[in-house]
Design a binder for this molecule. Structure first.
Ligand SMILES: [Zn+2]
Length: 101
């Protein structure tokens, strides 16, 4: 008797970007406090018009916690379809999503 294994595509994990935004996970380099900020790509990205007529997006975020006076500066750049192309961070670090196996 054959038993077919149905591959499920459900439950891929919370790291999948939704259409409305994504989670920005950063850690303070001073006190290791972690921040999980939801970035709404519909409202929080700045639209930039290039001289050649193309459009791209950018995000600037200042993050500060309660534990210390450190301020984390996050800068991200996105292409015209709001896909992340580059990112920078000062005074902190990005926390990479752990992928489940
Ligand atoms: Zn801190």
């Amino acid at each position: 008797m054959f038993k077919k294994l149905a591959e499920t595509l459900f439950g891929k994990g919370p790291s999948e970007p939704s259409s409305d935004g994504f989670f920005l996970n950063v850690r303070c380099s001073e006190c290791s406090e972690q921040f999980n900020l939801f970035i709404n790509t519909s409202h929080e990205l700045m639209q930039n018009f290039e001289t050649d007529g193309s459009v791209n997006y950018s995000l600037k975020k200042e993050v500060f916690g309660v534990g210390c006076k450190n301020r984390i500066y996050v800068r991200m750049k996105f292409d015209g379809s709001k896909k992340l192309v580059s990112r920078e961070i000062e005074n902190g670090e990005y926390i990479e999503e752990k992928t489940k196996c």
